[in-house]
Structure formats: structure tokens, C-alpha cells
Design a protein around this ligand. Sequence first.
Ligand code: UD1
Length: 366
Amino acid sequence: MRVISVVGTRPNIVKIAPVARLLRGTPGVDHLLVHTGQHYDTEMSDSIFEDLELSQAEVNLGTGSGTHAEQTATVLMRFEQVLHRTKPDWVIVAGDVNSTLGCALAAAQAEVRVAHVEAGLRSFDWRMPEEVNRVLTDRIAALLFTHCEDADQNLAREGIPSDRVHRVGNVMIDSLVEVLRRPGRAGIVQGLGLRPGEYALLTLHRPENVDDLPTLLRILGAVRELATQIPVIFPMHPRTACRLDSVPASEASRIWRGIHRTRPLGYRDFLKAVQEAALVVTDSGGVQEETTYLGIPCVTVRENTERPITVRLGTNVVAGTSLEGIRQACRQAREARGWSREIPPLWDGKAAPRIVEHLLRAADRA
Ligand code: UD1
């Protein structure tokens, strides 16, 4: 059986790595890793392969940056050629980025079966490109691997037959467990002269938060208030860094008081920084899950989340994007140490073996 696994962006690599490593060692499986090239910088892509001990992709589509339509269309056209050349039985895609939809659509059109890892998540916010990507990918997929009950219910509501849906747990936690198990080296925190438990960590990259400068500056205003109480580390996503380049130098020193800006961190360094933070402020989806697993209070700077289980069971507080909302949520989260919080069922570091088992079973039936 020939299987192609697809990665395109930083979070895709984290999700696919444990599955790809297993498939590469599975007898009877001819596995090919395809990188769409949506993310291409060392920090956004190459170093994550090293941290996850995943050998580089056999094929890179070299997609690069662009509008949503340009990115999706480029992936669609270039992946179609790979499908024609390699004739796989299955294509595995993960998450909700433009590469996910582009490859799933190309596979469907080439009549290749698609397996979707992290299926069924819904923000119910159709303005998010990720929501469109998720819904369409789930519609296309023949096998849908979910990580929580909410996802199963969302899929049932959309009429996806239940025999296609398998709750396998959270592959991101597989990667986290694997990487944090290895002995660490001195991380970014010590490098900045900060101490474990005595700093907050910030990540921001969602277009709705960072593309509009007044919105971004409002969010940073709330973070600046936090920074008067506790130092903040801010590894900047390229999208955010690019937007902030336009801030006049005269204003910059005021904006950055108490905030330590860094380039994007490697995966391992980032997880270490999360693990030792007093508080994380983020608009990322994956970070909401990582903080829940690690029991670190998390303030999500968004109006909604497609991961409500991290609020219900975990450490997540959805703050919205107003100054007052973020202020209140930070207060709530800083008082949260000692909350009784749970790790969601099946977030146990063993999701990838379950995925491979289901895939092999489905292949046997075909
Ligand atoms: C994409 C995903 C988002 C995911 C995020 C993780 C979509 C719709 N969005 O958003 O869901 O949470 O990845 O990071 O697929 N850039 C670089 N170097 C890189 C990659 C990008 O400098 O290696 C810059 C480019 O200027 C680019 C911008 O970052 O225009 C945004 O990159 P893009 O891939 O379009 O989307 P992300 O914001 O990363």
C-alpha cells in the first residue's frame, strides 16, 4: 500500500511527524512525505523536522506565500502532478491550513482516498479561512480521525457517516510527549535572564489579529499592562513581524516596554518555554491544547475557539480581543494556578499508533 502524508506549515509537521515515523517503519507500507512548502523558513519548517527527528520530505512542492487562493491553487496543481506520478492508495492530511485543503481536493479529484487527522473541529466562524478548510476537508475525507467528543458531534451534525469517524486522540500530544521526554538544553528563558514560572509567553499570528495595525496595537496594549506585572516573551511569527515593521521608531520603545521579542522559536525551545511559563497568551489553536496538557493557564485572544474542550476541561480562557476582555482573562488566568484541571481523554501520546491501525484496517477492507 502506498501512502502519502502531507505537511505544509509548522503545526502540520508537529501533527504528521508521529504518524509518518510509524508508517515509514510499517511492513507493507510504501510511505512518501510531501511538503507543500507553504512554510519555508528554517524556524518555521526545517528546525521542526530536526526537533521531531523526522527525515526531510521526499518531495517539496515549493508553494511559498501568497493569497489564500494563490496558495491553495498552487498546492492543488502541483500536488495533482505528484499524485499522477506516484499513484498512492491514501493521502493523509492534517489540520486546517491551505495546504490541507489543496491536497485533499487534488486527491479527491484523482480518486485517491483521503484520511484527515484532527477532523471535526469547528469555530462556527465562517470568516476564518481555517474553518472553510476544515469543513471542506472533512466532507472529502474517507477516514476522519478526531481528538474529542465535540468533533464527533460536529461531524454527526453535518451528516458524515459515523463509520468513517474514529476518535483516536491528539497527535500533537504525541509529539509533545516525545520531545519533552528528551533531556533538555538551556533554553530561551535562561538566555533572556528570566526564571521558570516568572514570565508570560505571547504568540500572535491570526490575520484578524495582526493584519490590521490598530487591532494589533490594541492587543499589544493589553499585553503591555501584563508586562508591568510580569516579563513577557514574544516569539514573533513572520506575518506579525512584517506588520510591526511599519510602526514608527518613535512609538516602538513605548510599545515594547517589558516585552522580550525573539524570532520564532524552534519547536523544542517553544515547548520548554510553554512548560515553564506562568501564563501563555495566544491566538494559536495548537497552543491552547499544549497548555491544557501541560496545565499552564492560557488566555486565548480570539472571539471563539474550535477547541472548546480546552476551556471545559483544560486551562484555557477565551478573552476576545478587547482591552478589557484580555485584561480580565489575564487576571483570571493568573489566579488559576491550583484550578482542578483535566487532560482530555486519549490525549495520551498514543494517537499515532491508533491512526495507523485504523488505516491498515481500512486498507484491508478495500
Ligand atoms: C498559516 C495557516 C494558519 C496556521 C499558521 C501556523 C492558512 C490559511 N493559515 O498561517 O492556520 O495557524 O500557518 O503558522 O493556511 N512567512 C515567512 N516564512 C515562512 C512562512 C510564511 O516569512 O516560512 C510569511 C510570509 O510573509 C507570509 C506570511 O508569513 O505571507 C503568512 O504565511 P502564510 O503561510 O500565508 O500563513 P500563516 O499566517 O503562517
